[in-house]
Structure formats: C-alpha cells, structure tokens
Write a protein that binds this ligand. Sequence first.
Ligand code: 5RP
Length: 224
Amino acid sequence: MNIEKNQAARMAVEKIQNNSVVGLGSGSTAAIFIRLLAEKVKKEHMNIVCVATSIKSGELGSSLGLKVVDIDDVSSIDVTVDGADEVDYDLNGIKGGGAALLFEKIVASKSKYNIWIIDSSKFHKKLGNFKLPVEVIKFGSQRIFDCLQEMGLNPTYRLNDDSTRLLTDSSNYIIDIDIQHVSDLKSLSNALENLTGVVEHGLFINICNELLIGGLKKDIKRSE
Ligand code: 5RP
C-alpha cells in the first residue's frame, strides 16, 4: 500500500500553491506528503508557512527545512493535507489511528480547505471497519470507559508495546470503540461530545473537502 500512499501524496503536493499556509497532517501518508512538500518548496523557492497536527509531524517538517509555526501565529490555514484511517462515500472519516486526532481536528477546523490522502483499502461504503478513537482526560477515565461499555461499543484502552496506556501529545488517554453496528454517526458524535471528560473523538463529519485515493488515482470533491 506504500505505492498507493505515495501516489496520493504526490497528487496532493501538486495542489499546493505558492504563498500559502499549509496544515501538515500526521501518520505515514502525511509524512510522505511532508517530504514531497519540502522538496517542492526548495526546488521552486516557494514561500510556504506550515502548521503541524502533531509534535512528530512538526519535527519532521522542521528537520526538512519547512517553516513550521504555532497554530496561533496564523490567522487561518489555506489548505491542510492529512491522512485518514477510513473514509466513506460521503467523505466522512475516522481519524486518530496515530493518536493525533485532537490536533488534527483543531487544525482542520482552522483550515479553509481539507484534503485527505489515503490508499484504496481505506475507502468504504460505511464506516466501522476501523475502531473509533476517543481521546479522554486521564482523571476519571474509567467512568467514561464504563459508559462506552454500557453503550455496547466494546471499549479498549490504547496501549503502548510495553502494555502501559498510550498518552497523546496532550497527555490524554485514547479509548478505541467499535462502531460497526452504529448507523447514526451524527447521534454518536453528539453522545460522545456530551460525555464529560471526552476531549475529542476521531469521527470527522463534513470536514474533508477533497479525497485523493492512491491506487485508484481518484480525486473526489465533496458536493456542497
Ligand atoms: C493520525 C491519523 C492518520 O492520519 C491516520 O492514522 C492515517 O495514518 P497512515 O497514513 O499512517 O495510514 O489520523 O492520528
């Protein structure tokens, strides 16, 4: 699938215009995009300012010579290019497989245009193959876990290789839930947002403007 990720990232980098503010996504596909963007900026002497969706992506961008600034140092972001874990035919998606969903959603919400780059295995009629990440604050997280259990969503804490609980860039936990049997995603999104202690979840509804699928070489724009 790396070839497909590469293709999608190449399609995206061609869309980046000079004198723009670009959001750098997180994950392996976004990392390919960041490398290609750094090459393009150097080769074409472009004036690009970047905002990162994770510490890792910011460090990668800076190490390659991109100008990465704090999100609060820009008034808006022209375009953000990010990966996704699963996308449906309406361009809604699940993100957060790399635990960066909180910053990703904040950067996306400050972006005028959001492009997602994926390989063809992630494009499905209905979301739910991938577990939905829910970012929760540590304090009292077991209560949220129990609520999610009662909702029939089979929660599991995301763990590190050494079985300790994974911490996000904001020092929160991730609880992954199974949404295969959920038909109304908007209601689920509202229900999760109403649970005190939930910081964010990885359902990205009506956020992606354009989806680039490697392999299929498809470029799908959201119909307004
Ligand atoms: C990180 C994300 C990533 O965009 C998503 O996990 C896709 O990653 P990859 O490109 O490595 O498959 O949401 O939080």
